[in-house]
Design a protein around this ligand. Structure first.
Ligand code: PLP
Length: 394
């Protein structure tokens, strides 16, 4: 099978979703949903078991010290479930934010009514190990650190190794939001120390949306009984029930689980985390090189670009209007994503989902044609954007 025909275009003329999820899924994944399951039935219980086992296997060595607890809802439900279940009521979390998802986690702590300190680095600057070490040294009451693995709002891959080292050197515990990284970026407890992380069905594993999962040390799951603020989001209760009966508490998203198992099989066939990560990295490299060739500039220097999603500055040319660019790209078969920077205009192009570098070459061609149709002569960003970028020293 060649790379070109391994990734046929979405059926029924749908555009590719160049977004961080929901994303373009394989036809087999969609097809897996054409059947109904009883949530209590042995067949579905076996599916849940199989899914949990497959997810844990992605942790590599030491995966036997962890367990996997799927939770209904979108990814944010899992972040809230993790924080509410694992941070003691008298605990205090250092939330490392450099974008919307870090700030959302901080807001979640406020809703939980549990103490937090926020390190807010703005739109994209990465939280570094030495900063974390300093804050932890200054405040002995901090018990946990929450880090965002890939901050999807800018597409930066945060330096999770140095954050983990600083956290454990200070005798604290690390929780990770690996929503948009897990499955494509390695997160192995034998290499990066952590207590728990969360991810969801519709990101790098390429399932459809409807649930997420918490992966935590089994000892932490055992110790977290009665700690949650919420009945529905109690990770311990979900885990204990699943261990005892094989069932989810409350209605599981049966079709989504069936689709996810198909997605996990495709993930395995592609070579697991390294195979998936390699395809996404190729997607990114081909797309970024092509866009730079058109004159676009990335927000981040190459070393910080995740193989997930990339932020570009909008061109300074007055003929460039993002909503027109969006519509033209959609007409050409590609849904792109608006940017989230507060200082300068930007847009994002995701490289995850069922597509390969050949598709990325077509994305660049579509962007070139869209610029020509809009009468944009140069894709170069305004000087202010390049000034902004200088803040990020490599
Ligand atoms: C997608 C994502 C989430 C969860 O978002 P939902 O819309 O609730 O699924 C959380 N954190 C990060 C880093 C994400 O990329």
């Amino acid at each position: 099978m060649t790379a070109a025909n391994a990734f046929p275009p979405p059926k029924m003329g749908e555009p590719y979703l160049l977004t961080p999820g929901p994303l373009t899924t394989a036809y087999e994944v969609k097809q897996a949903m054409l059947k109904d399951w009883g949530s209590w039935d042995d067949d579905f219980r076996a599916m849940t078991r199989d899914m949990r086992r497959r997810l844990l296997a992605l942790l590599g060595e030491w995966s036997d010290q962890y367990d996997c607890v799927p939770m209904q809802g979108s990814g944010s439900f899992c972040v809230e479930a993790m924080l509410g279940s694992f941070v003691p009521r008298d605990g205090k979390v250092l939330v490392l934010a450099n974008g919307a998802y870090g700030l959302r986690a901080a807001t979640t702590m406020d809703y939980l009514g549990r103490a937090k300190v926020l390190l807010d680095k703005g739109d994209y600057l990465p939280p570094r190990g030495d900063e974390v070490a300093r804050i932890l040294a200054d405040d002995p009451s901090i018990t946990h650190v929450l880090a965002i693995h890939c901050e999807t709002s800018s597409g930066i891959l945060n330096p999770i190794e140095e954050i983990s080292e600083a956290t454990y050197a200070a005798g604290r515990k690390l929780l990770i939001d690996s929503m948009s990284a897990f499955g494509a970026v390695p997160l192995e407890p034998s290499k990066i120390k952590f207590e728990a992380f969360v991810s969801s069905a519709n990101k790098c594993i390429e399932g459809v949306p409807g649930f997420g999962f918490v992966i935590a040390r089994t000892s932490l799951l055992e110790a977290s009984k009665g700690n949650s603020h919420s009945l529905a989001l109690d990770v311990h209760a979900q885990w204990a029930n699943m261990e005892k009966t094989g069932q989810w508490r409350y209605t599981p998203p049966t079709h989504v689980v069936a689709a996810f198992i198909e997605a996990l099989k495709l993930h395995e066939a592609e070579g697991g985390v390294s195979g998936r990560g390699a395809r996404y990295a190729r997607n990114r490299d081909v797309m970024v090189e092509g866009m730079r060739g058109l004159g676009f500039e990335t927000l981040l220097a190459s070393r910080w670009l995740s193989p997930i999603i990339v932020t570009f500055f909008c061109p300074a040319d007055p003929n460039f209007v993002f909503s027109n660019f969006y519509d033209l790209m959609k007409q050409k078969g590609f849904i792109i994503y608006p940017g989230k920077l507060t200082v300068v205009d930007s847009f994002r192009i995701g490289v995850i989902g069922r597509m390969d570098e050949h598709v990325m070459t077509r994305v660049v061609g579509a962007a070139r044609d869209a610029l020509a149709e809009m009468g944009v002569e140069s894709a170069a960003p305004p000087a202010a954007a390049l000034e902004e970028r200088k803040k990020l020293a490599a």
